[in-house]
Design a protein around this ligand. Structure first.
Ligand code: M6R
Length: 608
């Protein structure tokens, strides 16, 4: 994880770096630092804690004059959060300075060798080997030294580097960690992600693996690892700049919850045409879709939960067998690929290390890979055979909401497409589904109107020790996501259980007053879920149920009920998740926590 940013140009670098780091803080926020060439030497300030500590220390950058610099915001992997472990890292002479995002896997071996040569290590980071290796190889040619370092290190990196000998240039390189380059009229920039530079430019170059870039005030030159010059074409970013700002909301998470009707509409609408689902990006003919015999979905976290929903929907609607795997498990389980398998990798960031590795594993086996990705031009988007973008716009809050909603909407479209070409739904059923799908954004809007009611309920549970989320089928998939939403931002322990599984052990944890959130949106499973609600109530649980309008009788069993508008049974997740997201948000808010930046987490997990 971690965020890196660099600037060289006509303006003062420090305020630009601090501003860029603020946009990247979602990637890590244990410590932050900047290094600036001041016309004489490279000066550095770095400090443990949030970026605002660094801003205060440098008076918003005023104490660090100079027009070239690099900066970093850290999510600690090697070495605890501390001033010393914060980036940038200098060599002994203060002539080379480095910021790094990623993990150097062979750092221990390299460190031993460098120590034997007399290099002194000050931090516990893997990054410090990079700066000493650069020093070892540097003979006046920065590109040659960077190339040699790239050949020696194993692992992932996005690097920003400055050499005192070449004060009018900054350098960068990448492998398996994201890095973009921005060209602006007042200078050139590097960054881990687009929001960091959007204020200055929309012209962006995406760096590929094992590429190097050298930036001056006026020029950008790209090289491959052999030092050959590369020609690259910039992409124009068409994001709305306000989309990456809070726009009057107290937190990005609340803003993003409120953006869900738009995210779902933007994902669905362009693909519903002439009473059909048209997903041109799939790049598959109807015959090819009919030939798919199995779908393998791989993802992490909430994207994995979206995948579980996808399994129920694709299997139920289109009758195709679907396997869903956690990417971190999948990549090492030696998966078996049958002919006719379609691999789907789901990822908001498109940079999640395990999901990217799963994509490569699938491609190695010659399987066609479809990415369902939110960030345009991200690694997964570029490496997949085909990409179906979720049009949720930039998502900043660590806890995903709108990207998740857009992912499940994309999966509904895919299931409908498969169902139509394989003839598992009639035209009449298809048209009804299409109309239900089109109503989702408005129905989400209606549910957002419940926010005060949910806040009042959430305030009753600020001191809870633990909670449970239960459901069957798609309701189980919703439970998984509802539970993760709550725990990641409120720090209240919570578990999601398939409602029928609870009595095989976990029910022993239910005691007087334990909150159980029961999802009961699946009509065919409704009586079964009611029985499970009775089971936990008998053990003293307080039950909040989420069910469809019309099930008024549930009030005789559950203690508190939230009704969702009627929709197709395959689409209930899109509605039932809204009160659960709001619940998690308001519990976190009521406990006075940092909603957008929960402890120990980062938005984009670019390390294993
Ligand atoms: O960027 P990705 O969708 O690949 O990220 C996957 C997970 O890290 C992510 O969904 C995570 O679980 C969220 N923070 C949960 O809110």
């Amino acid at each position: 994880m971690c965020g890196i940013v660099g600037y060289i140009g006509e303006n003062q670098a420090a305020p630009i770096l601090l501003d860029g780091l603020a946009k990247l803080e979602y990637r890590g926020y244990d410590s932050a630092g900047i290094a600036i060439y001041d016309g004489n030497e490279i000066r550095m300030e770095k400090v443990m804690g949030r970026l605002k500590v660094l801003e205060e220390l440098t008076h918003g950058g005023e104490t660090m004059p100079g027009c070239a610099g690099i900066g970093h915001t850290r999510w600690a992997t090697h070495g605890c959060p501390s001033d010393t472990n914060a980036h940038p890292h200098f060599n002994k002479e203060h002539s080379i300075v480095v910021v790094h995002n990623g993990i150097i896997e062979n750092y221990a071996k390299l460190k031993r060798k460098l120590e034997a040569k007399g290099y002194e290590f000050l931090s516990e980071t893997d990054t410090e080997v990079l700066v000493h290796l650069l020093t070892e190889y540097y003979d006046g040619d920065p590109i040659a030294a960077i190339e040699r370092v790239m050949r020696r290190v194993e692992g992932s990196y996005a690097l920003g580097i400055m050499f005192l000998d070449h004060p009018h240039h900054i350098y960068a390189a990448r492998k398996d960690s994201p890095l973009i380059v921005g060209a602006s009229p007042v200078g050139n920039l590097i960054a881990s992600d687009v929001p960091a530079i959007l204020r200055y430019t929309r012209n962006v170059y995406y760096m590929e693996n094992e590429e190097i870039v050298c930036l001056s005030k006026e020029n950008i030159r790209f090289f491959n690892i052999d030092g050959d010059k590369l020609e690259k074409t910039p992409t124009t970013i068409d994001w709305d700049i306000d989309a990456a700002e809070k726009g009057g909301y107290e937190h990005f998470m609340l803003k993003e919850i409120y953006e869900q009707p738009k995210a779902v509409r933007d994902t669905i609408s362009p693909r519903l045409k002439n009473n059909d689902v048209v997903i041109e990006e799939l790049g598959m003919t109807d015959d090819e879709l009919r030939a798919v015999r199995k779908i393998s979905i791989v993802a992490c976290g909430s994207a994995y939960h979206a995948g579980i929903t996808g399994k129920y929907v694709l299997e139920g609607m289109a009758r195709i067998p679907v396997e869903v795997d956690l990417a971190s498990e999948f990549r090492y389980r030696n998966p078996i690929y049958e002919e006719g398998t379609l691999a789907i990798i789901i990822s908001q960031s498109g940079e999640t290390a395990d999901s990217l590795a799963a994509l490569r594993e699938a491609k190695k086996h010659g399987v066609r890979v479809l990415g369902i990705v939110n960030v345009v031009g991200s690694s997964i988007a570029r490496e997949a055979d085909n990409v179906m973008y979720t049009w949720a716009g930039p998502e900043i809050s660590v806890a995903t909401t709108k990207a998740y909603s857009a992912q499940i909407a994309a999966l509904y479209l895919l299931a409908m497409k498969f169902a139509k070409v394989r003839g598992t739904v009639s035209q009449e059923e298809f048209l009804k589904m299409q109309s239900d799908l089109e109503q989702l954004p408005e129905q989400i809007e209606t549910l957002l109107g419940m926010k005060e009611k949910i806040q009042r309920f959430a305030n009753r549970y600020l001191a809870a020790d633990h909670m449970f989320f239960i459901g069957r089928g798609i309701d189980y998939a919703i439970s998984l996501e509802g539970s993760l939403k709550l725990k990641e931002i409120s720090y209240i322990h919570s578990e999601a259980y398939a409602a029928g599984e609870l009595k095989h052990g976990t029910i022993s944890l239910i005691e007087d007053g334990t909150l159980v959130v029961a999802l009961a949106t699946q009509e065919n499973l409704y009586p079964k879920t009611i029985s499970n609600i009775v089971e936990v109530k008998t053990r003293g649980a307080f039950v909040m149920a989420v069910t469809n309008f019309g099930h008024k009788e549930i009030e005789k069993t559950a203690d508190y009920v939230i009704y969702i508008p009627k929709t197709n049974q395959f689409f209930t997740n899109s509605l039932a998740i809204i009160p659960l997201q709001l619940f998690g948000y308001y519990v976190s808010l009521g406990r006075g926590l940092d909603v957008d930046k929960p402890r120990n987490l980062a938005k984009s997990v670019t390390v294993e």
